[in-house]
Ligand binder design. Structure first.
Ligand code: TXE
Length: 482
């Protein structure tokens, strides 16, 4: 059993001042596999000081050199891929294939921002055509400064890549706090920083929970930029903390995303996309499409297919290649989802008949549940459950589907399944969501921005926007040469 009692600060392993430790568990075996320090606010001071010292050197480095370091991170992750897949799968409980996809996504993200970094210097001083006679205006971009990055447990190494890669590309230095629930795979990033010779203080990793480290990091006046992914409750606290000092903040929060199935949809494709939309990662995805809006003519057929597909899922050891459904990440998450199921029962909602599959005797498993005809006032319809639970309703036409889809406090993602491509595109254009997939599985390639409208967050990660989030823009206007 490993003990993560040390942070990574200024390229050294530094013992936390905290005496409080937390168990890191294997959610399949329900046994502790490591211990991690809860962290201490004084540790945050040290990490922020290191990041501040490193800032001038890192921002002055050519963006090409920064890109080379980011490429080296991708290489080093690739070299550790098999080991990290296993560690991530054990720590988070996700099936091996899903953990492997995480590694693919993380590596692609570092490679993408290595490319973005290389292009950055060439864009400095671009002329902007203003039409002002006798004047010339140029555009420059500078790093925001020290970035405090906080991630959750559902996509280890991926959520962190989405923040660390663009922050480093922009020339920011980093204090990163991974989730205390899944610290094991993220620890590799500190080892990699040492291995590739990243300059001291450019990347610092603090272990711990919100009380030990998170709150202090968000409140620290030496942090210029905060980027947080996680629950809405904590996201709001992060935003309030960022208000002190009027600091830059990006938030990637919850979702209650819809999947719309039109009358002309291919029912087989629809069943495949609906199932993946609420069962991938055992439903623990901000982008889970957990509200199904299906045309009334197709509903019975689709539900029969879904029930059959659920019965075919293989819950089990995440490291067994046959497993297609892993446990939830821990007891707390298990209890949270169980509480929603109790609410469903209290509201008189009954899951469809065949969605109770046999589960292993241990592990934080939840059998996927589908509830039909869920009232739009139900908490299950409106709140993010973060487990394999689908709420369904039938609709009479596309207009009703769009109206119900947009009737949510969230606006992160959506899927449209339609026979006619033009019809899918028309619906997509009317949806309030940052990403809409039409007749396609959920993908988040690094070149596309990711983020949501309404309570799903502020700003975008990935893509050019993901880099801009770590840059400040400066326009300089001066008399033209003649
Ligand atoms: O998230 P938290 P939790 C939702 C999901 C889940 C619920 C709770 O519904 O059931 O949130 O999960 C750090 N200041 N999502 O408790 O608490 C914390 O240490 C600063 C949705 O794991 O938001 C961790 O690193 N930081 C979401 C990170 O914040 C604080 C993904 C996330 O923890 C802090 C995860 C504080 N005061 C959970 N308190 C999504 N939509 O993707 C905690 N943290």
């Amino acid at each position: 059993m490993s003990t993560l009692t040390h942070h990574f600060i200024d390229n050294a392993w530094v013992a936390s001042r905290a005496t409080r430790c937390l168990n890191v568990i294997d959610p399949y075996r329900e046994t502790p596999i490591a211990e991690v320090t809860a962290g201490d606010p004084a540790d945050v001071d040290d990490a922020v000081a290191a990041a501040r010292r490193a800032l001038p050197g890192w921002r002055e480095l050519s963006s090409k050199r920064r890109g080379a370091f980011i490429d080296a991170i991708a290489e080093a992750l690739e070299a550790r891929r098999a080991a990290l897949v296993e560690l991530s799968s054990r720590n988070n409980g996700k099936p091996r294939a899903e953990a492997d996809q995480d590694l693919v996504d993380a590596i692609a993200c570092y490679r993408y921002y290595a490319g973005q970094a290389r292009a950055l210097d060439a864009r400095q001083g671009e002329t902007v055509d203003t039409g002002e006679a006798g004047l010339v205006s140029r555009r420059y971009q500078d790093p925001v400064g020290v970035a405090g990055l906080i991630t959750p447990w559902n996509f280890p190494l991926v959520s962190s890549a989405w923040k660390i890669a663009p922050a480093l590309a922009a020339g920011c230095t980093v204090v990163f706090k991974p989730s205390e629930v899944t610290p094991l795979p993220e620890q590799a990033l500190a080892e990699i920083a040492l291995e590739i010779g990243l300059p001291s203080g450019v990347f610092n990793l603090l272990h711990g929970d919100g009380r030990g480290v998170g709150e202090a990091l968000t409140a620290h006046p030496g942090v210029d930029k905060l980027s947080f992914t996680g629950s809405n409750a904590v996201g709001e606290a992060v935003m309030a903390a960022a208000a002190r000092g009027t600091r830059n903040v990006s938030l990637e929060l919850g979702g209650k995303s819809p999947i719309l199935v039109t009358a002309d949809a291919d029912p087989e494709l629809a069943a495949e996309l609906v199932l993946a939309g609420f069962c991938y990662n055992a439903g623990q995805m901000c982008s889970a499409t957990s509200r199904l809006l299906v045309h009334e003519s197709l509903a019975d057929d689709l539900h029969a297919r879904l029930d059959a597909a659920i019965a075919d899922l293989v819950p089990g050891d995440p490291l067994d290649d046959a497993t297609t459904l892993g446990p939830l990440v821990n007891a707390a998450q298990h209890q949270r989802v169980e509480a929603y199921l109790a609410t469903a029962e209290a509201e008189g909602l009954v899951p469809t008949a065949r969605s109770r599959i046999a589960l292993p005797e241990h592990g934080h498993f939840i059998a996927p549940r589908i509830f039909r005809d869920v009232p739009t006032t139900s908490r299950l319809w409106r709140e993010e459950i973060f487990g394999p639970v689908l709420c369904a309703r039938t609709v009479r036409d596309d207009d009703e589907a769009v109206t119900l889809a947009n009737d949510s406090s969230f606006g992160l993602a959506a899927t449209v399944v339609a026979g006619d491509k033009g019809r899918a595109a028309d619906i997509a254009a009317r949806l309030q969501a940052g990403n809409v997939w039409c007749n396609a599985h959920q993908v988040a390639p690094p070149a596309l921005g990711w983020g949501g409208m309404k309570a799903s967050g502020i700003g975008r990660e990935l893509g050019r926007e993901g880099l801009e989030a770590y840059l400040e823009t400066r326009y300089v206007t001066l008399p033209s040469a003649d």
